[in-house]
Ligand binder design. Sequence first.
Ligand SMILES: NC(=O)c1ccc[n+]([C@@H]2O[C@H](COP(=O)([O-])OP(=O)(O)OC[C@H]3O[C@@H](n4cnc5c(N)ncnc54)[C@H](O)[C@@H]3O)[C@@H](O)[C@H]2O)c1
Length: 230
Amino acid sequence: MKKLVVLSGAGISAESGIKTFRDSNGLWENHRVQDVASPEGFARNPKLVLDFYNARRKQLKDVEPNTAHKLLAELEDFFDVHIITQNVDDLHERGGSTNIIHLHGELKKARSVDNETEILDWEDDIHLGDLHTDSSQLRPHIVWFGEMVPEMDNAIEIASQADLFLVIGTSMQVYPAASVVRYVPSHCEVFVIDPNLENPNSFTRNENYFKASATEGMKKLKQILIEKYK
Ligand SMILES: NC(=O)c1ccc[n+]([C@@H]2O[C@H](COP(=O)([O-])OP(=O)(O)OC[C@H]3O[C@@H](n4cnc5c(N)ncnc54)[C@H](O)[C@@H]3O)[C@@H](O)[C@H]2O)c1
């Protein structure tokens, strides 16, 4: 089976009703990212940050995976699909995909502020005073700007083994996540699905660019991949 590696971003979840980040003037749900997605923001106002992610986690109960998430899962019948996502939602999982790396963490996990490897499954709100078993405050298991990206090495290894590579719904503005494309082998065919990117060729070479929403782009791509590679 050919290995299809996918780098996804907020745009794949847009049609499920979760707002992207760049399309909202660089604000994330009306907040400046440095206030809600940085260690400094958390140190300044931990309640604001916990409440922000509590709201994002609650929103997951009101949204469903869309056709793009589901078609990626269906491609597992034909390809060895590996998803590297920048998203913190759980829509790839609920869409049925099985091999998923979350580069920027997951809303439905929490961790100790003092130990990034002490990660717990978490469904509910996190409040100030909620402690991990190591007696330190719990925080969302989210990789904030300026923090290390622990899954980066795994993502690079998977990308370097790709036969086919898809970039979907990401502005490719957030590093080091965007640099994953640099590790894609030169023989690999690269596809990009995004309705807005002005110059997709600026981040890899000779992509097949679908200027389309995630759902429309995935319908076309699924057909093309199956016809060409099966
Ligand atoms: N769903 C989520 O988990 C979520 C949502 C917002 C932000 N974030 C975080 O913020 C960061 C933002 O970076 P990013 O590059 O992922 O997102 P981004 O907001 O920077 O870029 C979104 C991209 O999606 C495209 N897009 C918009 N609507 C689309 C659609 N219907 N179909 C396909 N593409 C569409 C836009 O043109 C843009 O290129 C990420 O690191 C992520 O962790 C996550």
